[in-house]
Each structure stands twice: as structure tokens, then as C-alpha cells.
Design a protein around this ligand. Structure first.
Ligand SMILES: Cc1ncc(C[n+]2csc(CCOP(=O)(O)OP(=O)(O)O)c2C)c(N)n1
Ligand SMILES: [Mg+2]
Length: 795
């Protein structure tokens, strides 16, 4: 039952508000000084502005103090708006959870990060933030994952925490926030708070008037409770005076721009405007006379989000109600600093003189800037006792949950099949078994479960939802191969079409062991071309070191009739270049099964990461072979499908579904070049990283073992030619020419595709067997020319 306002007030009557207010000032001071120190005190070696956002911090100081020093519980998980990182770090410092050296090195190597970072910061950031909007969305998916973990009985004995985002108002301009909201509504998301730091300013300017009304409407539409935290206690008291209604009306109707400008100008400007606009209303003159400029300014800037009592009350009012709550907390950007309200204050910093008087106003002595009790009317002991009692301070150190054993995954049998079909079968087999591994797998897709071959798994494991939901088609006996019933024990989370949501959910699922103490092994499938649609969220997920397997299928122009808009071209380069993500593009089912097994382990390894599998719907003939002999090489990124003769003058290297074309070309030229090799590249990414690591090690000293690709290509003649080919951008493999300085013809797709059949499209884009032979002819001809066996043709 939600508490009533009266309950909340009773609860708050025991809260030491003056101490919290003093600490709020302290936190404002520390965050401002942290930024000032980085910009004006610490030695600069490069002359670059270090930066930091004193105004964004000041805006959120009350809200974050109220949350961390009173309202949050240790089990709550929080995303803090990126530009309030110094406030977060300052609070953790006060709570004894952050080192002073980190604050002094804010934005320096090894110091506290510019924007909260799960992996780089040491003060237990729950969600990294930085790309605005994503941290907000992440908390919503975090709430879904928390409930998943609890419904599956994976977090026995742990209290169910709340997911909280302290967000900037301009974050509402990011579409991903709304995509998440709608998905949250579908999944009946609960126990989630979004606290909007409603300072009505973004980076460039002042946000639209009446945005609040729109916020209320669309949050209400998706089932949220919207709490307006508009007036502080001083304002509430003034509204009770004669003329109070007129004052409230004036505040409500004042355009955002004007309110900001007057905030910047201060008491005199407020007085002039109020006198001119409502000076003739009974009571207003007395109200103005009763307030000197400083008091009038204090009154007019006493907004809800800067009033500790009002803020705590709003939070306490929620009680145990688990309806998602959106707090629209009115604030002032730069509150209580000389930057307050100015529209250009986003990146503005206090100058030396401003900092000197700011410091005086906080009663901070030179040399004591970082002292915890400095400037407070509290003894250090009283302060320490207060902070030690703060509920959030009881949060235990981060833990990780035990690893889930992974047995080898059998390769699906079949003379001819696609990697996508093989993926479906591997999951289906897991779904039919009762392994612990299968019990920890959670699958999800953005509305492409059936078309990515995951339906077999879903038939076994069911859809996840808070409530049991029947499969109506089945009940009505409408024949369908797919069971579509949902319940709290289901293991597939079906999303609407929004790849951003997919990657945010994968991020939350992939952090489940660290956030909620229960290890999950998330597998998300999507169409390869639409990775680009969720790229920022994918990067965000990897940045936080979330662990998941992204299965991208189908891919490339091999989708043939589907045409240009569905054909992925540069996704292999994403796989090659994305940190935290290891990509593979296998051609055969046995390779895929082995890679997936390794992938589930890599997702759990301390120095592991996430996996990206680029798959295809094109069925190709499967080899019959002793897989054990190549198993390690498949993981290392390449193996000889046809061994080259020692000193061979040519090799073809292919990736993925283009294998039959490469094999055909290899067979065709084998008569002329009998020693030619055929290299299967299962992971350009693994090969490249290994090669780069070896190269760096070479630089550092002799005696370094060659990388896997150096060993493989070392079998060829030093002046051999290479032809590389894949259904994707040729640059993915073109670097192979640099490994042993082999001449190279790099084939692949570099232009938009169109509908067609495979022979036409492969020919058009130059990746069919004939194109591979042409490439071979080119490198062989150049080789002969270099050797002087051929005269250059006249131009
Ligand atoms: C995706 C993304 N685009 C642009 C930026 C640059 N940027 C940083 S803050 C900001 C405006 C933030 O305004 P708001 O969320 O209202 O924060 P506050 O006013 O509290 O500082 C912008 C555009 C960013 N960090 N992320
Ligand atoms: Mg703002």
C-alpha cells in the first residue's frame, strides 16, 4: 500500500534534515572543487581544457544527496546522469567508498572518470552513463532482469531492490527512452524510478515551455505515476500568504527562458518583474517588502528539486507502491553557484575569482579543500556517525556469482544446412535437455524469433512474463508449429522491433551476476543489417563489460531477393573493431557448435567478453571430417581447409557462407597451381587481435612466438599472392596482405545491393568463383612480373 502524505511526514520527522542540507552544500562544494582543481589547479601538460560540468552538478546536488544519503537502499541500482559524475564521486567519498586521490585526479588517467563508468571507476558505479538516454533505458531493462532473476528463484534470500535513474531533462529527447518506455509497459515493468532533473536547460539552451505537460501525458499513457516536485517549502509557505495565489500563478506561467534569466540576474531583477506584473495584487507588495534581495532570490529559486524536505517527502510518499514513478523535479542549472540559470552554463566553469568567493561562502580554508568536515558546523565524529548510518553505506562489496559449467555442444547432423539452421538446432537441443547451462540461458529478439530459428527453443522454454498468459491460438486449436505461452518461468523475452532495446536488455541481462547476484547467459538474435540500428546500445553494453551472445542472421547479400535495405555490408568491420565483443563468422555447423560452446565460457571468463556470430540462411554442403584436428584453429580464427604445399605461391582465404565459391575456385585453379592453399577464416577479429598483440610484443623484445595467422601464412612463399573473399566489406580481410607482405586481391561487397538471385548478385559484386579466379590471376600475374618472367604490358 502506498503511504499517505501524512505517513511520509511522520517518517521524515525523525530525519535530520539540517545535516542532510549541510551535506548537500558539502557535496556541491566538493563537486565544484573537483572540477576546478582539474582545470585550474592541477598541472596541465597539453594545454587542453579538462572540462567538467559544474552547473549540471549543482542542478542535481539536492536530488542525489537525498537519494544516496537517505532514500536509497543497498540493494537499489542506480544510473546517474553523465554530467553529475563529480557529485556521485563526492558522495561516495563522503561515504568512505571513494579515494581522495581519485577525486584529485578527476578526468586524469587512473582518476575518477568524467562520466560514471562501471569498469573504470572504483566507487561501484551500477550503470555507466555518457551517451545520454542509454543509462535511463538501462534501468528499465534492469528492472525487467531483476524480476526475471526473482521469478526464476535465482536470487534466494536477496532483497528486491529498486532501479533508479537520475536523468537530465534533455535525455527525454533521445528516442531510445521512449522505445524503452513502451517496452516496459508491455512487460509490466515495476519498482523503477526515473527522477528527472528538470532544470529546463540542455546543452545549447532552454527547453520548451510546457514540456512538463507532455511528460505527464506520455508517462501516464504507459502506466507510470508522475510526481511533480515543483515548489520548495519556502514557496509553499509564501503561497499561503495574501497574494500567494498570484505568486504561484506567476511562477507557473513564467516562460522557462525568463525564469532562467532572472535566476542568473538575482533579487533585484525578480523584484522588478514581480512588481511590474503582479505588484497591484493585494499582499504582493508586503511580500516583496518582507524579503530583501537575497531572501527574494532564495524564495524564487526554492524549487522542489532544491528543497531537501520537499524532495525527501516526495520520495517517501511512494512507500511500497511498485508502480513505476517519474519524478519531475524542478531545478536550476548551476543552483547556488554564480553560473545559475545562464543559458550558456552547460560547459561553463567558475573562474578563479568566482571560485574564491564560492570558497569563502562555503567557509573552506586554503589547504583544507578536501577535508570532510571543513566548513560544516558539525564535528568530524558527528559527521562520521551520521554517514555510517546511511542505509546505502551498508552496501556490500561487489561480488560475482559462480560460473556455470559448459559441456561441449554437439554439432547438428545434416549433409546440407545453413549456420542459422544449425544455431536453431543447437539451441533447441539445449532446450530439450536439462543442463544447468540451459537453465541460465535467456533468449531475446526484437520480433524476429521465428525468422532467426529460435522458435524450437521457445517451444521448449516458453516466453517470460510476470503473469501466466495462455497461447490463444493453441487453445482455439488453430494449428501452428509455435507455442506462444508466457509465464514467470519462461526463458525467452520477446521484444518489439527496436534494436536499441535489444542491446539495452542484453546489457542488463549480461550484467545480471554483478547487478543481481545471479549469472545469466543471454543470447539475443537480430537481423545482421539492423545491428547498425542498435549500435550505440551495443557499444554501451560492451563498454559496461556486459556479457552476451549476439546472433546476427541473416547477413550479407546472400539474402539475395530481400534486396539492398536488408543486406549488411560493413557489419564484419563492426565485429572486427568493437572492443568487448569477439566476432565469428563460421561457414559450417560443426564450427558454429564449437564456437558457441567456447562463447558460453568466454562470456563467463574474468577477462572474457561478449560474442557476435554473423550467420546466414543459405544452406551449404557440410564437410565430413575429424573436427577435433581443427577445433583449436577454428577458435583461433582460421584453419587450412586445403593445406598449401610448402612455399605455395597462392592461397585463397574466405569467410563464412561464401565457402562453396572459394572451394569451387580453388578446385578450378588447382590444376595450374597444385600447391595452392584454401584458408577458412572463422574470425578475422581473433586473428587480427592476436596478430596485433604479437606485433606489439615483438616491438617490446625478441623471442615472441608468432601469431596464429603468421604461422598459417608462413607456409606460403614469401612472395605468394592472396585472394580474400567474404560476403561483407573487403577491408575485413584485406589486412591479411600485411601479415607476411603478400600481394593481395581483396574481394567483398563495398556497394549497396539490390534484389536478385545469388549468381547475379555474387557476379555483380565480384565474389563468385570467377571473380576469385580473376583475383588469383591478378596476383599471380603481378608476381610473375615482379620476378621478371613477364614484361609489363604497354599502357
Ligand atoms: C548521445 C549524446 N549526444 C550528445 C551528447 C552531448 N551532450 C552532453 S549533455 C547534453 C545536454 C544534456 O542536457 P540535460 O540532459 O538536460 O542535462 P543537464 O541539464 O542536467 O546538464 C548534450 C547534448 C551526449 N552526451 N550524448
Ligand atoms: Mg537539463
Amino acid at each position: 500500500m502506498p503511504r499517505t502524505k501524512a505517513d511520509a511526514r511522520t517518517i521524515l520527522s525523525n530525519v535530520d534534515i539540517p545535516t542532510l542540507e549541510a551535506l548537500e552544500r558539502k557535496i556541491l562544494w566538493l563537486s565544484s572543487w573537483m572540477i576546478h582543481n582539474a582545470n585550474h589547479v592541477r598541472e596541465s601538460r597539453d594545454g587542453l581544457k579538462v572540462g567538467g560540468h559544474q552547473s549540471s552538478c549543482a542542478s542535481a546536488a539536492t536530488l542525489l544527496t537525498a537519494l544516496y544519503l537517505h532514500s536509497l537502499r543497498p540493494e537499489d541500482r542506480v544510473a546517474v546522469k553523465p554530467h553529475a559524475a563529480p557529485v556521485f564521486h563526492a558522495i561516495q567519498y563522503l561515504l568512505g567508498r571513494q579515494d581522495l586521490a581519485k577525486l584529485q585526479d578527476f578526468r586524469a588517467l587512473g582518476g575518477a572518470q568524467s562520466y560514471p563508468s562501471r569498469t573504470k571507476d572504483t566507487d561501484d558505479v551500477d550503470f555507466s552513463t555518457g551517451s545520454v538516454g542509454l543509462g535511463v533505458g538501462a534501468t528499465l531493462f534492469g528492472a525487467m532482469v531483476r524480476d526475471y532473476v526473482h521469478h526464476h528463484g535465482l536470487a534466494e534470500g536477496r532483497p528486491n531492490g529498486r532501479l533508479v535513474a537520475l536523468m537530465g531533462d534533455a535525455e527525454l529527447d533521445e528516442g531510445n527512452v521512449f522505445e524503452a518506455l513502451l517496452e516496459g509497459w508491455k512487460h509490466d515493468v515495476r519498482n523503477l524510478w526515473w527522477v528527472i532533473d528538470y532544470n529546463r536547460q540542455s546543452l545549447d539552451g532552454v527547453v520548451h515551455d510546457y514540456l512538463f505537460q507532455r511528460i505527464k501525458d506520455f508517462f501516464g499513457t504507459v502506466g507510470w505515476n508522475v510526481v511533480e516536485l515543483k515548489y520548495g517549502k519556502l514557496q509553499e509557505a509564501a503561497f499561503q500568504r495574501p497574494g500567494g495565489d498570484a505568486l504561484r500563478k506567476w511562477i507557473d506561467e513564467c516562460p522557462n527562458q525568463l525564469y532562467s534569466a532572472l535566476t542568473f540576474q538575482g533579487g533585484d531583477a525578480w523584484r522588478n518583474h514581480l512588481a511590474a506584473d503582479i505588484g497591484d495584487v493585494a499582499g504582493i507588495k508586503a511580500l516583496l517588502d518582507d524579503h530583501d534581495d537575497a531572501a527574494l532570490h532564495r524564495l524564487m529559486t526554492n524549487l522542489g528539486g532544491h528543497d531537501m524536505s520537499a524532495t525527501l517527502e516526495a520520495f517517501a510518499d511512494v512507500g511500497d507502491d511498485d508502480t513505476p514513478q517519474c519524478f519531475v523535479a524542478y531545478t536550476i542549472k548551476g543552483f547556488n553557484t554564480p553560473l545559475a540559470g545562464h543559458k550558456d552554463n552547460h560547459s561553463g566553469l567558475m573562474n578563479i575569482e568566482q571560485m574564491t568567493s564560492f570558497k569563502e561562502s562555503h567557509a573552506i580554508r586554503d589547504g583544507h579543500e578536501w577535508d570532510v568536515a571543513e566548513g560544516l558546523d558539525l564535528s568530524e565524529d558527528t559527521l562520521k556517525a551520521f554517514l555510517a548510518d546511511v542505509p546505502f553505506a551498508q552496501r556490500p562489496a561487489r561480488e560475482t556469482s559462480p560460473k556455470i559449467p559448459v559441456a561441449a555442444l554437439p554439432a547438428p547432423a545434416g549433409a546440407r544446412m545453413s549456420t542459422q539452421e544449425a544455431f536453431g538446432q543447437i539451441l533447441n537441443d539445449l532446450g530439450r535437455g536439462d543442463s544447468e547451462l540451459a537453465s541460465r540461458i535467456v533468449t531475446t529478439t526484437p520480433d524476429v524469433t521465428v525468422t532467426t530459428n529460435m522458435a524450437g527453443w521457445v517451444n521448449q522454454r516458453g516466453l517470460f512474463h510476470h503473469e501466466d498468459t495462455a497461447d490463444v491460438f493453441r487453445e482455439e486449436q488453430v494449428p501452428s508449429a509455435f507455442k506462444w505461452s508466457a509465464g514467470p518461468k519462461g526463458q525467452h523475452i520477446e521484444l518489439g522491433i527496436a534494436e536499441n532495446n535489444l542491446f539495452l536488455l542484453l546489457a542488463a541481462l549480461g550484467l545480471s551476476d554483478k547487478l543481481f547476484g545471479a549469472r545469466l547467459l543471454p543470447v539475443g538474435a537480430l537481423y545482421d543489417p539492423f545491428i547498425a540500428r542498435g549500435l550505440d546500445s551495443l557499444n554501451y553494453a560492451c563498454y559496461q563489460d556486459a556479457r552476451f551472445m549476439a546472433v546476427a542472421t541473416p547477413s550479407g547479400i546472400t539474402l539475395a531477393p530481400e534486396g539492398g535495405a536488408h543486406q549488411s555490408i560493413n557489419s564484419p568491420l563492426i565485429g572486427l573493431s568493437q572492443p568487448g565483443l569477439t566476432s565469428f563468422e563460421p561457414a559450417y555447423a560443426d564450427e558454429l557448435a564449437h564456437i558457441m560452446g567456447w562463447g558460453f565460457e568466454h562470456m563467463q571468463a574474468d577477462n572474457g567478453g561478449s560474442i557476435y556470430l554473423r550467420l546466414s540462411t543459405l544452406a551449404i554442403d557440410q564437410p565430413k571430417r575429424d573436427f577435433a584436428t581443427i577445433a583449436d584453429d577454428v577458435l583461433a580464427g582460421a584453419y587450412w581447409l586445403r593445406e598449401p604445399a610448402p612455399g605455395a605461391e597462392l592461397a585463397i582465404a574466405y569467410t563464412g557462407v561464401i565457402a562453396p565459391e572459394a572451394i569451387a575456385a580453388h578446385e578450378a585453379l588447382f590444376e595450374d597451381i597444385p600447391g595452392a592453399g584454401l584458408l577458412a577464416v572463422t574470425s578475422a577479429d581473433r586473428l587480427y587481435r592476436d596478430w596485433q598483440a604479437a606485433t606489439r610484443a615483438h616491438v617490446n623484445g625478441p623471442g615472441v612466438a608468432p601469431s596464429h595467422i603468421e604461422r598459417l601464412l608462413g607456409r606460403l612463399a614469401p612472395d605468394a599472392g592472396l585472394v580474400t573473399v567474404l560476403d561483407g566489406h573487403p577491408a575485413t580481410l584485406a589486412w591479411l596482405g600485411g601479415v607476411a607482405r603478400h600481394d593481395i586481391a581483396a574481394l567483398g561487397v563495398a556497394n549497396f545491393g539490390q534484389s536478385g538471385d545469388l549468381p547475379d548478385l555474387y557476379r555483380t559484386h565480384g565474389i563468385d568463383a570467377d571473380a576469385i579466379l580473376d583475383g588469383a590471376a591478378a596476383v599471380i600475374t603481378r608476381r610473375m612480373r615482379r620476378r621478371g618472367a613477364l614484361r609489363p604490358t604497354a599502357a
